[in-house]
Design a protein around this ligand. Structure first.
Ligand code: GTP
Length: 598
């Protein structure tokens, strides 16, 4: 029985609790990599990831481990650690029989950990609790152990105390993986049924597909079909990932591997899809497949309008390796030609913007993010999908507008329950439940409009709780709300990029604040600039930027043409995010400031 000595597991941990460090130690201990080969953090091999300290793209690393004179194959399936990527987490979990639950001994369990833990428990994974960082002087092992025991209903002695940094408890963890996690079940004789839990874009070899074989066997050269997309491919290369990719002739039920078959675009490969043989397909597809949908939308425009085609080319390249990024061309009166893009969440948006700038040397303006609204017309209840405020139909024809709601799960200290509830109420949230995890830690469940939390909610939550709050959320559906389109007029012209869909009760307040903010961030120019907020034709707020006095301008931009040119060159080099909106110069800061009111 080939499967008897296989263990498939993942690591569930909150960001910074030590997942990558622990993974490194496991690889070292099993001599999968030597210390010399070990970079500081092997699994996070994307630059950007390392800097952010967030594992965005997961992989599956195989280790060999000898226990009681038997050889075991351990497959560590890495899971992304951020709420934007929760679907990917759920598929990685589906590929495992067990999970290491890593909890920082000084911090305790966080919201993201809990929701991933629930995913793992729903899939019946064997949970091995690991209390990491016990070397820290301010570790609170007993308190944190209580939390863990409450959470998963284990005994104190089931919890492995460890320090990934100091190398404590690593052997115990490896033994527990072998002893406690069940070997995979599945039938190597059945038709091929394999779960895609991840894919990685490789510009030279095409997309690398990571899969877990549930039943059957995949062989090099097989003609395989991805069931949900319907596409067929030749399995040019299959293998397992150790320090590097090691090709194999076949991979059979229970095991994990990669497939390379010349797939050129990331979006052809859908996480959660089933791989089977074209000629001898499996009867059932693997449950739980979802087409991931973007949750947050924003316009991306080149700062320099002549760079539109270049931006398009960059977006196309970016999309090759980012299957979750969607976009279509969009025209804005204020910003010219650009793209309306859909993202999984705010972090995803930031990553895309950063990659455009770093990898493609583009300078872009990102407009205020918004969520997807559903507008229903009076006539025939026709549904209009609104991804940009300008898509909103004329209010006279509207029956209602629905917005996405989420269930938010927040864990904080008892001291901060008041302020957290206050913040959520202010954001139109409704408290659904409140559970004391320990005497000092509380889990709060809210239902809250997604639009209220996508922008600055997390920052605010951190501030009011002095850092002692964690957040996780899931979409629960669309609900009707009193929403209106708020326009901002600059120099008497509506600037489409500034428009937003807002709740009616908040429109006045927000309009006023946006105007004030814009007045503060737009520098004085040669003429007076009125800034107004309006709902339809009704002006609800106004500010004015006074004109500069003539002689000041003369001083700044004196007659010396070469100096002026030098200044312009310098500006261009620094690639200032500056745009001419009508006659007014507006910075990226001004665009973003529209978000940061409240
Ligand atoms: P993400 O990649 O952001 O999800 O973080 P992670 O959970 O992988 O955490 P990572 O391994 O990057 O560790 C976060 C920080 O904690 C790093 O500075 C580590 O050096 C430190 N760290 C990890 N394990 C231990 C430990 O056992 N003891 C101490 N004192 N520090 C640790």
């Amino acid at each position: 029985d080939k499967m008897k000595n296989i263990r498939n597991f993942c690591i569930i941990a909150h960001i910074d609790h030590g997942k990558s460090t622990l993974a490194d130690r496991l690889l070292e201990k099993t001599q999968t990599v030597t210390q010399r080969e070990m970079q500081s953090q092997l699994l996070d091999n994307m630059d950007l990831e390392r800097e952010r300290g967030i594992t965005i793209k997961s992989h599956a690393i195989q280790m060999n481990y000898k226990y009681n004179n038997e050889e075991f194959t351990l497959n560590l399936i890495d899971t992304p650690g951020h709420v934007d990527f929760s679907y990917e987490v759920s598929r990685s979990i589906a590929a495992c029989e067990g999970a290491l639950l890593v909890v920082d001994a000084s911090q305790g369990i966080e919201a993201q950990t809990i929701s991933n833990l629930y995913l793992a428990m729903e899939q019946d994974l064997e949970i091995i609790p690991v209390m990491n960082k016990i070397d820290l002087p301010h570790a609170r092992p007993e308190e944190v152990a209580d939390e863990i025991m409450d959470m998963i209903g284990c005994d104190r002695e089931d919890i492995i105390e460890a320090s990934a940094k100091a190398g404590i408890g690593i052997e115990n963890i490896l033994e527990a993986i072998v002893e406690r996690i069940p070997s995979p079940e599945g039938d190597p004789e059945k038709p091929l049924q394999a779960l895609i839990f991840d894919s990685v874009y490789n510009p030279f070899r095409g997309v690398e597909v990571y899969f877990r074989v549930i039943n059957g066997e995949i062989k090099k050269g097989d003609l395989v079909q991805f069931v949900n997309t319907g596409k067929t491919y030749n399995a040019d290369e299959i293998g397992v990932l150790r320090l590097t990719q090691e090709p194999r002739k076949s991979i059979s039920a229970g095991n994990v591997g990669y497939l390379i078959s010349g797939i050129k675009e990331a979006k052809e490969v859908k996480v959660g899809d089933t791989i089977t043989h074209k000629d001898n397909p499996c009867k059932d597809i693997i449950q739980g497949f979802e087409d991931v949908k973007p949750m947050v939308f924003a316009g991306i425009y080149p700062v320099d309008t002549t760079e539109f085609e270049e931006l398009r080319a960059s977006m196309e390249k970016l999309q090759l390796n980012d299957a979750s990024l969607v976009w279509e061309p969009e025209t804005s009166a204020a910003l010219g030609f650009g793209f309306r893009c859909g993202f999984l969440g705010m972090l995803h948006l930031e990553i895309v913007q950063e990659r455009l700038e770093r990898e493609f040397d583009m300078t872009v303006i990102t407009t205020a993010p918004s969520v997807e609204y559903h507008a229903y017309l009076k006539k025939d209840e026709e549904k209009v999908i609104v991804n940009a405020p300008s898509d909103l139909p004329d209010p006279n024809f509207l029956d209602r507008i629905e917005e996405p709601y989420i269930k938010a799960n927040i864990i904080t200290k008892a001291d901060y329950v008041g302020p957290v509830i206050g913040l959520c109420m202010e954001k139109r949230g409704e408290l659904m439940n409140q559970v004391y995890l320990t005497t000092d830690r509380v889990e709060l469940i809210f239902e809250i409009p997604l639009s209220e939390i996508v922008f600055d909610f997390f920052d605010k939550l951190k501030t009011i709780s002095k850092g002692y709050a964690s957040l996780d959320y899931e979409l629960i559906g669309f609900r009707a709300s009193k929403l209106v389109k708020l326009d901002i007029l600059l120099n008497n012209e509506a600037v489409d990029a500034f428009s937003a869909v807002v709740h009616r009760d908040k429109a006045y307040d927000r309009g006023k604040k946006v105007c004030e903010k814009l007045r503060a961030v737009i520098s004085r120019q040669q003429f007076e600039i009125p800034i107004q907020a309006a709902i339809g034709t009704k002006i609800i707020a106004r500010e004015t930027i006074k004109a500069l006095r003539k002689n000041v301008i003369a001083k700044c931009y004196g007659g010396d043409i070469s100096r002026k040119r030098k200044l312009l060159e310098k500006q261009k080099k620094g690639k200032k995010r500056m745009r001419q909106v009508g006659k007014v110069e507006v910075t990226q800061e001004a665009f973003m400031s529209v978000l940061q009111v409240d």
